[in-house]
Design a protein around this ligand. Sequence first.
Ligand SMILES: O=C(O)C(=O)C[C@]1(C(=O)O)C=C[C@@H](O)C=C1
Length: 367
Amino acid sequence: MTEETVSGDQRLLELRNRIDSIDGDIARLISERANCALAVAAVKKATGGDALYYRPEREAQVLRRAMERNSGPLTDEEMARLFREIMSACLALEEPVKVAYLGPEGTFTQQAALKHFGNSAQSRPLAVIDEVFREVEAGAVNYGVVPVENSTEGVINHTLDNFMTSNLYICGEVELRIHHHLMISDVTRADAITRIYSHAQSLAQCRKWLDAHYPNVERVAVASNADAAVRVKGEWNAAAIAGDMAAELYGLKILSEKIEDRPDNSTRFLIIGTQEVPASGDDKTSLMVSMRNEPGALHNLLEPFRRFGVDLTRVETRPSQSGNWNYVFFIDFVGHRDTKNIASALREVGVCASDVKVLGSYPRGVL
Ligand SMILES: O=C(O)C(=O)C[C@]1(C(=O)O)C=C[C@@H](O)C=C1
């Protein structure tokens, strides 16, 4: 053994001893933090009524602070993800949070639910978006996670339409980078693929790649990417387009990675619940406005936002369910409804609209 390897081994031992000692400190501090969370839960319980254990505005502040004070070498996102999990475990000690998401298991919506609530939340897949709304309304779960828009394919109308008849609030948002992979099972013959399964939106997001690589292969739209993954397990001539979670969950082999046409392809998801969320310091508000169909209606609707300096991030139109030629506008903007200029803008919008409903003010997505 050379002198160099001896000193290398010695250095490794010293570093590992140091890591063991740091881990001991971290473990002690995490336990101390968890005890604090238990004490917080006792305070909340003592206030009586329906104690709210999950506090989206506070969680957003904790995550933002974790990013702000990070001095590397871990990235800000990595640091926030660690704190995300610590907080998730602390909340589970206070009261396990129950979350329904658009399933089945292995969908991007499940990934969004995990990203937002962490691994200690109890999550339940549901078959359709309406059911997610219904289960939250019925109190069977505390929160729901549904997709609302994709950067390539646009808005998910089904989610917006549900807000027309629901009294739920938007309590948060999550954005997820969507990477699609072409995957096969162990019975698939990679050189004999004649059919590719995926959700219609995912097929659309990979259209150019499919045209270039599998121009003559049948594209079959199914209920979800996870559903596509299940189907290929029994078919020797089929492949699926889905994400990492589905590949892992259903034991599929990835044949081609990141095949989405746009590298910045991302989907935004909403967290829906029964609670209105106080300001976190960096918030967004979503609004649903019904307008009479008359000349200048859209101009009158948007003008107060300009005058009060409110930054709109999205305006979406849907036909109203109540009558022909009436429209419902879904508007997102930066800021919390309790802020003075926003409250003033909302008051004026109320004058020209036939109905205004604030769907929620909520922390801007952190992770
Ligand atoms: O500050 C609170 O209200 C807590 O319950 C503590 C805590 C945390 O672990 O930091 C846990 C859950 C809440 O969603 C927010 C924060």
